[in-house]
Ligand binder design. Structure first.
Ligand code: AKB
Length: 317
């Protein structure tokens, strides 16, 4: 019998919302503990077992790990790229110190596996734009990217120095219909759907020809579970794996949505997020993930768009 007790930090966020459901399906509701900053009264009772946690409160985190006998941690709480630029100190503090605290406490209390998300934001203006390689120029231009690049090195350090089995993925922009994204540069690719199903016009904050790497959430959840299930000997990358699926521009997404909602209209008014998007690759070479743990995405642009519209329409009704 699987005796793992899993703690998901940032359980109410975009990834956490869906990862929690997937983990609970496999491990049982009570074996997957949700934690987030929101007061208990502000979250759905269905999310229980739920604990309010400020991840920067190391003492509170340690109590949870010890009291609940946690054996695995998924640490998803982070300030994303666009929000990070408006408060760099907060982004650095939250992204870095929470990771260090999770790593330290995991070593101290012999947590057997840790997952921490990295991002395509580790790449910068001098990285390769097309099929950006696993290892290459990594000089990020956002504080979020700097925190992810440094965090990857900390993960590798804890693996090499303490044998902590910490694993990570460089997520592209994630598209989902359940949890809302917050403060990212790729958020347009979620917001656009919410406008389309409500018959509202959409003003996009990126230029129409800005190609970025993207992924539908079910693929991201599968990748995460696949990575965490893989035998440790297969995990050859101890920083974070490149992960690819889709690459499209806002104009291509608009065209695909219009095939199903012809009256939908989009205008383009780029803001400060354009510079962030321009600094990132357009597509990702994920051959290491494909080779080491057999990663394969399922969704293409067409299937992702039709599932997004279908599910959001149902949720709206
Ligand atoms: C963001 O846009 O900041 C995130 C990311 C690519 O990590 N979605």
């Amino acid at each position: 019998m699987n005796k793992d007790k899993i703690l998901v930090i940032g359980a109410c966020g975009q990834i956490g919302t869906e990862l929690l459901v997937a983990l609970r399906k496999r491990n049982g509701q009570d074996n997957v503990i949700a934690a987030d900053i929101h007061p208990r009264g502000n979250v759905s009772p269905e999310i229980a077992p739920y604990f309010r946690l400020d991840v920067l409160d190391a003492e509170a985190l340690e109590s949870l790990i010890v009291d609940l006998k946690i054996t695995q941690i998924y640490h998803l709480a982070a300030v994303l790229s666009a929000k990070g630029e408006s408060n760099p100190t907060l982004a650095w503090d939250l992204n870095m110190n929470s990771l260090l605290s999770v790593l330290n406490l995991s070593v101290k209390h012999k947590v057997s596996k840790v997952f921490w998300p990295s991002s395509i934001a580790v790449f910068g203006p001098d990285s390769e734009k097309i099929n950006c390689p696993q290892q290459g120029v990594m000089e990020p231009s956002t504080v979020y990217g700097i925190s992810k690049a440094a965090g990857e090195q900390w993960c590798k350090y804890y693996f090499e120095k303490y044998g902590l089995d910490v694993r990570s993925l460089r997520y592209p922009g994630l598209i989902s219909y359940t949890g809302a994204p917050g403060g990212g540069t790729t958020d347009y690719a979620v917001d656009i759907f919410h406008h389309a199903v409500k018959d509202l016009p959409y003003t996009c904050f990126l230029k129409e020809d800005t190609a970025l790497p993207m992924m539908f959430m079910p693929d991201a959840i599968n990748a995460t579970l696949q990575l965490m299930d893989a035998p440790a000997r297969n995990i050859k990358v101890r920083t974070a794996y490149n992960l690819g699926a889709l690459s499209f521009t806002p104009a291509e997404l608009e065209t695909e949505i219009k095939k199903l909602i012809p009256e939908f209209s989009v205008t383009y008014q780029p803001d400060f997020r354009q510079a962030i998007a321009d600094s990132w690759p357009q597509s990702i070479d994920d051959s290491a993930a494909r080779k080491d743990w057999e990663w394969r995405p399922v969704y293409n642009l067409k299937t992702m768009v039709s599932e997004m519209l279908e599910n959001l329409s149902v949720l709206q009704a």
